[in-house]
Each structure stands twice: as C-alpha cells, then as structure tokens.
Design a protein around this ligand. Sequence first.
Ligand SMILES: [Zn+2]
Length: 216
Amino acid sequence: MNILIMGGPGAGKGTVSSKIVNQFKILHISTGDIFRSEISLQTELGLTAKKYIDQGLLVPDEVTNAMVKSFLEKQDISNGYLLDGYPRTLAQAEAFDKLVKGTDLEIDKVVALEIPFDVLSSRITGRRLCKSCGAIYHITYSPSKKEADCEKCDGVLYQRKDDTLESLEVRLEEYSKNANPILTYYSSKGLVSTVDANQSLETVWKETLIVLGENK
Ligand SMILES: [Zn+2]
C-alpha cells in the first residue's frame, strides 16, 4: 500500500508515521531523505538540486518530482511506501501523479490528521519547559506542583519562543495554504480519510488502522 500522510503542526504526524511504517513494513520516505540520498549518490538530479541548495534557493518542482520518482525506483517498495512531507504543494502533487500514473507507485491512500485550532492553541501556548532539566509542563493539563518553578529541580520554567499564538498561527497558515489544495485534489479522487488527532494516541492509531483497512 502506498500512503501519503498529511498533518499540520502539533497533529502528531511523526508518531503516527512511525507506527504506520512498523505496522505495514513499508518504506518511510521524507523529502529530506530523498535529497540526502540523491546528493550523496551524486546522481544528475542530486547534483542539480545541490546547485540550488548551495545558492540558498528553493529546488524547482520538476527537479524535486523527478528526484522523488528516481529515488522510489531504486528502493525495495514491494510492500509500499509512506510519503511524509511530499508533495508539499498542489503543483508537486499533480506532477507526481503524472509521473507515476500506471505504475505500482501510485498513491493508494491519503491519511489527514486533523486537530481543531482552539485545542491546538491551548496545547501549545500552555506549554512550559524547565530551563535546568528540560522537564515539560502544561499550565492546565500538567502544571508544576511548585507553580512557576520546576517540581523536580526547582529550575525556572519558561515558554519557548515558538510556542506563542502568533507563531502557531503563522505555522498553521503556512501549512494550510499548501495542504488544503492538496487535500481537495486527492479528495476529488476519493483517496482522503481524515483522522481526528484530538484523541489519545491509542484512539488515533485505532482509527488510522481502520481507514487503512486494518480492522482490529
Ligand atoms: Zn527542572
């Protein structure tokens, strides 16, 4: 089975991805992996991509798309693959579909992890970390027994710079801008299943297995 996983910041995409890969024994493919592999193998595409990266430029879609296909062709994908972080734009999604059309590399299923904005914002903006030992608290869900200090080491608790509402909104907007057209596109092909990520990991995983056709 060939799966694409989508999920914005805080949706738990990393955790679910590794569970899918273990469960289905499929290849986990992230764009970072592909770029690293093609560049270290010094393929023509890899070298082209490197030129852009070295100049601090975005790698053009056609290079990225061709690189993804070339990478997939070299892997053992008899069980399928999990795409993670690619396609990143609608243009990439359409181009990738064209590249793999009629081959056994076509995407079979898109899993979209969804989490309501207010839940996400309270999860992220309430997070506090200990400066000394790195312990993680949440002002509502798991507050320190010593309020502003760490209950383990008395260290000072602080809020990470990225954990503000403004920063979260920027990250979410960036994600939605690209993800929404991709999801609309794959929905029109009947491939998308959404999973409510605002649940325990156990429940999220159970639902993921169901949408992937493993009823357990
Ligand atoms: Zn501490």
